[in-house]
Design a protein around this ligand. Structure first.
Ligand SMILES: *[C@@H]1O[C@H](CO)[C@@H](O)[C@H](O)[C@H]1NC(C)=O
Ligand SMILES: *[C@@H]1O[C@H](CO)[C@@H](O)[C@H](O)[C@H]1NC(C)=O
Ligand SMILES: *[C@@H]1O[C@H](CO)[C@@H](O)[C@H](O)[C@H]1NC(C)=O
Length: 363
């Protein structure tokens, strides 16, 4: 794949050069450039006084899982050019957790190529001259992060960035054996198994603003361990510290064990409580969902249904991980605390009898 990016790059330079030759036929090969450092120390290259500009109309874009997003980016020249030039546009991505930049798409003229997980899900909009917006479809939970739009015209190279954020729900998650049993990798896996992904700091911070108040520290996508406190109290750092998201900083990914904050977003399909003729143990609950043409719901799916579809049901039910929970959007007597939330009974022994929450995709 690396080979092909380079091939495209070379092609881009050649095309740009031949275009330039066409654009200024009277003085072939007599264009010049000079390098200088501007006040900010950025290297700028000017061709015949023509300058390439790139910017984005929005610094961040919001969407949901399964949705679409358009990350704006446009380029233009000053002074304006009389004939269009072919440039190379490259979109790349810095995942919140990753240190590495990942290729998303490279385009020259009408030809483009997308990479890795983005293949088939991204394209350039190209609605007007200079439009290099990236259109993304079928967004996945882990697509959030910073996207760089880079435009290369010969030796000029300008870029801008757009943050993609997914709207969703953050939930604290504990290992079945109890508090502080998850390494970073274990945490990542636990979230994935529950149809979610490790929450980012921005996602946890947003949930804290919406009232998440949780006294156990959990891993985040960037390898830090933090917890959100809206009502300071004794075992949670005491009364002296104000409300806030408290951080233990970066912890050792293999050595240290905590809980985790997972992130889920909107669902395709629905979660429902299966009214049983009699209460079921965990095995029977799984079978009951299957016989209903569904599967036993995962924790992330229950949270997503609670947050995005207002699922409200005051009966505790089994979930895929062997925990028992129920979702409340309209708090009332005998349905737990006075705030909305997904109530948890932890992980009871699998022979205990409860109802079940099932998940059915809509096809
Ligand atoms: C996303 O875009 C595709 C193609 O443009 C469209 O068919 C689909 O309905 C859109 N999805 C959403 C959730 O808007
Ligand atoms: C992102 O999520 C998708 C679908 O859940 C998965 O296939 C993919 O491997 C994930 N990518 C990364 C970089 O974690
Ligand atoms: C659940 O009950 C069935 C009998 O209906 C039994 O075969 C199964 O072992 C039980 N499973 C658990 C986890 O207790």
């Amino acid at each position: 794949m690396v080979c092909c990016v380079q091939a495209l790059l070379l092609l881009g330079v050649q095309l740009a050069l031949s275009d330039r030759a066409l654009a200024v036929p009277s003085i072939p090969n007599r264009f010049f450039y000079h390098n200088f450092l501007n006040g900010k120390g950025n290297k700028e290259i000017h061709f015949n006084g023509v300058k390439l500009h790139v910017d984005s109309a929005q610094s961040s874009v919001f969407s949901v899982r399964g949705g679409n997003a358009t990350l704006p980016c446009r380029f233009w020249y000053e002074p304006e050019l009389s004939s269009p030039r072919e440039v190379r546009v490259k979109w790349s991505w810095f995942p919140v957790a990753g240190e590495h930049e990942t290729d998303v798409l490279v385009a020259i003229g009408s030809r483009s190529r997308s990479f890795g997980d983005f293949r088939g899900r991204v394209q350039l909009r190209q609605d007007f001259p200079g439009d290099a917006a990236l259109v993304m479809t079928e967004l996945q939970l882990n697509d959030s992060g910073r996207y760089i739009c880079e435009v290369v015209d010969g030796l000029e190279d300008k870029s801008t960035s757009v943050e993609l954020e997914l709207r969703g729900v953050v939930f604290p998650y504990q290992h079945p054996r109890g508090r502080y049993h998850l390494s970073f990798l274990g945490a990542q896996q636990a979230c994935e198994e529950q149809d979610s992904t490790l929450a980012t700091f921005a996602q946890l911070f947003q949930s804290w603003k919406e009232g998440l108040n949780w006294c156990n520290a959990g891993w985040l996508a960037d390898g830090t361990v933090q917890y959100p406190i809206t009502r300071p109290r004794m075992p949670c750092g005491g009364h002296d510290l104000g409300p806030g998201v408290r951080s233990y900083g970066r912890r050792q990914l293999h050595l240290h064990r905590y809980d985790v904050f997972c992130f889920s977003s909107s669902l395709r399909g629905k979660v429902y409580y299966l009214q049983p003729s009699q209460k079921m143990n965990l095995t029977e609950a799984q079978q009951a969902c299957e016989e209903n043409g569904a599967e036993i719901a995962k924790v992330g799916q229950l949270f997503a249904a609670w947050k995005f579809s207002g699922l409200d049901h005051c009966d505790a039910g089994w979930l895929a991980d062997g925990s028992v929970r129920y979702p409340i959007t309209r708090p009332r007597r005998n349905c737990g605390p006075s705030e909305p939330g997904v109530r948890s009974f932890g992980f009871p022994p699998p022979q205990h009898k409860h109802g079940v929450y099932c998940y059915k995709t809509d096809d």
